[in-house]
Design a protein around this ligand. Sequence first.
Ligand code: MN3
Length: 249
Amino acid sequence: MQNTRREFLKTASAMAAAGAAIGAPTLGVQQAFGATAGGARTSHELPSLPYAYDALEPYIDAQTMELHHSAHHMAYVNGLNNAEEMLAQAREAGDFAQVQHWSRQVAFHGGGHFLHSLFWMVMAPPDNGGGGEPEGSLAEKIEEDFGGFDQFKAHFSAAAGAVEGGGWGLLHYRFPDDRLVVMQAENQHKLSLWASVPILGVDVWEHAYYLNYQNRRGEYIENWWNVVNWSAVSEIFTRSRSAAQQVVG
Ligand code: MN3
């Protein structure tokens, strides 16, 4: 198990270093959230990063990225697989005494896995796709729903900065009324907004910035905008909106 994991991380790291992974944003919504193609229910895997651990410097340092990806995110993947396996065993045994506990574990670890997978995808090196402003239909939608990019950015930064304890600042696309909405998440899963999908997120748990920024979360968030991959966010937005129109009509 340990060896397999080490081998996987070595491979993932080598791929990222060689620039062999994503590059241009051709991701679908499922890939954006870390889907494993054709996987069984308990086979969630740690996705490889589409860039090297030091690629987001100076805004996010390499040590933070490596720990965050290989240790923190890995723990959510393992936690989600374990919780879903325990629920499968409960169904097998017809014993649901612990169903509340394991359901909560799925919400927490699943939130951790899917939000971190999104987080990696919506960032890019500052000299290779990171920063700037969105274009096209996403830029138009931000203008329509927030009054402009600057207003959206101020709103999002304030929401992320004000999360109590560990959590996330999130931009959701809400299906029923075709709207973009800024939200907070506490931990990995609380304050969830239904009938919507997060298309951009910033991790504001201390593990995401403490080595470099200590308690200066606001400075971390301000610098984080320099590594936002707006092409990827636009693609996730466009695909989510298109999927919603097919379902909702
Ligand atoms: Mn995190």
